[in-house]
Design a protein around this ligand. Structure first.
Ligand code: HEC
Length: 448
């Protein structure tokens, strides 16, 4: 390739990389989800990165193969492959930034990985710029690039699969050699495995898992629960009062530290008791279920909870039909068929509108949780929602609903949580609506 053309192409590459460090500094991933399109594109990042990885590794392979006299012709393709690799690396770094910024990521691991990706884009472009100009500088740059590639991919792998993905099933001698300890085995009949972990699974792991560890905390395994988060351990064995995790789930729901965050269904009284007893008993994994059960005040845990709704099973056929015609989901809240249904719209929020809500009339009394964020519903649709007589949780964030619509909801006597974030509901309008006294969690951030 003529030198001038190469210079132009490199300049173009620099222009494509240039905004990235600015974005990394000015719009770092902060754990929030935003921008549909950026998130859609960004999710291709974990797939797309394999292209630059393969191309960048192909370059030294071609160079080595070309050392043999009869394979010398391979050297002619290096320039092309390297140019392609540089372009693919830059594109992947962009996709990566989109994913991190819009997909709810945060923390030092993702930040390191992003700077790694950016450096890799610079390095691969530098390699291509140096190619055919200064052979020795090119060789050194290529070596450094491959090192950087390995490091960055490893960070990325840990982000998607968790930091023990590669070592988890390694043979013991290899693990010892690498310096990894096997996490303590959790006895499946223990109180922890049978009572505590299922609570985390149901209500916390959504935000505290290997891919998305809000507050740098993972709650998907015992090892991680005990390791704690950005402020250190969250469990102090024997002392629920000093355990950050326990403090957070027992705060008043409107507190900003309350967990679960974002008005997700809170822990029930018995669930909080289970966690408390577990911490009091030493927060281990080997205390048998029966042993701690003995410590629990018997009446509370064992009394069957009052049914939230009628049994949904006789309506299964209707539910299936509604799901397929309306493009929404009606998911049982738990294995208990009288715990009601969750109305989910998040796979296609724009498909759900006022007419959708009206058509849900046959199952209105079975819905306990309606997730209507970002849907097309308006005040008119609230008349249909007012007939969801067993509704406890309602998310209307980012919809066109106003104070007039909220007025319709006064009828909902069981409503406990209402999310009106980024709607046009005013405080005055809400006060005028006189919501029921059971309403404990009300979210109005960025509402007017
Ligand atoms: C909707 C997402 C979401 C859910 C669900 C959620 N959390 Fe969190 N959690 C966060 C975010 C965001 C942070 C970091 C911000 C903060 O510290 O408040 C956090 C932080 C924490 C921390 C503090 C970690 C530290 O070291 O500072 C604890 C403890 C915690 N969560 C416990 C829980 C528990 C227990 C549950 C389940 C009952 C839960 N979370 C459910 C989003 C969530």
């Amino acid at each position: 390739m003529p030198l001038r053309v190469r210079a132009w192409m490199v300049a173009l590459g620099i222009a494509a990389i240039f905004p990235l460090p600015i974005l990394l500094l000015q719009a770092p991933p902060d754990g929030l989800q935003r921008a549909e399109l950026a998130q859609f594109l960004g999710r291709f990042h974990p797939l797309a990165v394999h292209i630059p990885i393969a191309l960048l590794l192909l370059v030294p392979l071609l160079e080595c193969a070309a050392l043999a006299r009869e394979q010398r012709h391979l050297r002619q393709s290096v320039d092309f492959v390297l140019g392609l690799a540089a372009a693919a690396t830059i594109a992947s770094a962009w996709l990566g930034w989109m994913l991190a910024w819009s997909g709810g990521y945060e923390g030092s691991l993702v930040t390191r990985h992003m700077w790694g990706g950016f450096s890799l884009a610079v390095a691969s472009l530098a390699c291509w710029g140096l190619y055919g100009w200064k052979r020795s500088a090119y060789a050194l740059a290529m070596l450094a690039t491959v090192g950087l590639l390995i490091w960055t991919s490893d960070q990325g792998g840990k982000l998607t699969h968790g930091d023990s993905f590669l070592t988890e099933h390694a043979p013991d001698p290899l693990r010892r050699w690498l310096g990894y300890k096997r996490p303590p085995a959790v006895d499946p009949t223990s109180f922890y495995a049978m009572r505590v972990q299922p609570i985390f699974e149901e209500k916390c792991v959504l935000c505290h898992n290997a891919g998305k560890f809000k507050g740098k905390l993972r709650l998907d395994t015992y090892e991680h629960v005990m390791r704690g988060g950005k402020d250190g351990p969250v469990i102090q064995p024997g002392e629920p009062g000093k355990s950050e995790l326990f403090r957070r789930v027992t705060l008043p729901p409107e507190s900003k530290d309350f967990m679960p965050a974002e008005a997700k269904p809170a822990l029930s009284g018995p669930e909080i008791k289970v966690i408390e007893k577990w911490i009091v008993a030493g927060a281990t994994t080997h205390i048998a279920d029966a042993e701690i059960q003995g410590l629990l005040p018997s009446s509370e845990e064992k009394a069957p909870a009052a049914p939230l709704t009628a049994d949904y099973r006789p309506q299964s056929q209707t539910i299936a039909t509604l799901e397929s015609t309306l493009g929404i989901r009606l998911v049982p809240r738990s294995q208990n068929p009288t715990d009601g249904l969750i109305l989910r719209t998040d796979s296609a929020p724009t498909r759900c509108n006022d007419a959708t809500l009206e058509q849900l009339a046959p199952v209105a009394n079975l819905i306990v949780d309606a997730e209507l964020a970002r849907t097309q519903v308006t005040d008119k649709g609230m008349q249909a929602v007012a007939n969801f007589s067993n509704l406890r949780f309602l998310d209307l964030s980012k919809t066109a609903v106003t104070s007039a619509g909220v007025k319709e909801l006064t009828k909902l006597e069981k409503l406990e949580r209402l999310n009106l974030t980024q709607t046009r509901v005013t405080r005055a309008g809400l006060a005028a609506a006189k919501m029921n006294p059971r309403l404990k969690g009300l979210y109005l951030f960025e509402a007017h």
